[in-house]
Design a protein around this ligand. Structure first.
Ligand SMILES: NC(=O)c1ccc[n+]([C@@H]2O[C@H](COP(=O)([O-])OP(=O)(O)OC[C@H]3O[C@@H](n4cnc5c(N)ncnc54)[C@H](OP(=O)(O)O)[C@@H]3O)[C@@H](O)[C@H]2O)c1
Length: 252
């Protein structure tokens, strides 16, 4: 049974990915603070299996044992995929104005937690002769600086470099773990609502995101999840690739 471990599966893009994977008959382990009742109901109807792990990713010291527990519970899997999807934009303000604790929490959730989960995942699965993949849900903000998004941009840039480093490290492994960073585009989720609610002082480009929504330029989480899973399952990504769903073609 294809098995997926998804952080932030309770809402937005992560919930859409989880729902579609359950419909495909996959086993999905979701890690988030809250559980989605909709997904719990979906799992009763669908062929797949859903296991929910209540966890705050800012608590980084427990992540190794969480990953060990999850991997230890997997009976038979022909593929295991970790999707580091959970993320937060806060603190949305310029560096110098952010609270220390908020800045630290943001980096823990957006960068440290995915790095630690990936480290545990590779350690525990390296010797397995099956398909193993790590997908980092990144952002165009990892390449382009946005004033007010210093913490978020830094974390996404870090995830992209982590992807590239693991990509070259895994090249000579007998059973490599594949790793990709994927920017999903502008997706109609709570995160976009938070962006539109920001003050111009904290996030000077807020009006651009208000316009994107007004003009109907946001993609639905369902369409984004479908595109991502189609590409992933068609092996469309190269080892260590930093991809953007807005420009990615199935054959490239
Ligand atoms: N939406 C966009 O336009 C956009 C654009 C580029 C990149 N992205 C990226 O896409 C990914 C998904 O974003 P989204 O738009 O779907 O966001 P979202 O709707 O705000 O959902 C965020 C998810 O992350 C989980 N999460 C947040 N903090 C957590 C914590 N401390 N511990 C555990 N789970 C936590 C949330 O679950 P709980 O609240 O239940 O914990 C939720 O399931 C993120 O990495 C984001 O950076 C989004």
């Amino acid at each position: 049974m294809p098995t997926y471990i998804i952080t932030g599966g309770s809402k937005g893009l992560g919930a859409a990915l989880t729902q579609q994977l359950l419909q495909q008959g996959a086993a999905v382990h979701c890690i988030s603070r809250s559980e989605s009742e909709t997904l719990r109901q979906e799992a009763l109807r669908a062929e797949g299996e859903l296991t929910f792990h209540a966890y705050d990713l800012a608590q980084t010291q427990g992540l190794d044992s969480l990953m060990e527990r999850i991997l230890g519970s997997i009976d038979e899997a022909d593929t295991i995929t970790l999707i580091n999807n959970a993320g937060q934009l806060e603190p949305m303000t310029s560096i110098g104005r952010a609270g220390h604790d908020d800045l630290q929490r943001s980096l823990q959730i957006n960068l440290v937690a995915p790095a630690l989960l990936t480290n545990s995942f590779i350690r525990h699965t390296q010797a397995l002769p099956i398909v193993k993949r790590v997908v980092h849900i990144s952002s165009g903000a990892g390449k382009k600086p946005y004033p007010g998004w210093g913490a978020y941009c830094t974390a996404k840039a870090g995830l992209d470099m982590l992807t590239r480093c693991i990509g070259v490290e895994q090249e000579n492994q007998p059973y490599p773990v594949e790793v990709f960073s994927i920017a999903p585009g502008v997706v109609d989720t709570d995160m976009q609502r938070e962006i539109r609610a920001a003050s111009k002082e904290d996030f000077p480009q807020v009006s651009r995101f208000v316009e994107l929504q007004k003009n109907g330029d946001l993609q639905s989480p369902e369409a984004t999840a479908k595109q991502l899973l189609n590409l992933l399952q068609a092996n469309a990504f190269a080892q260590g690739e930093i991809a953007d769903l807005r420009t990615k073609k199935p054959e490239s």
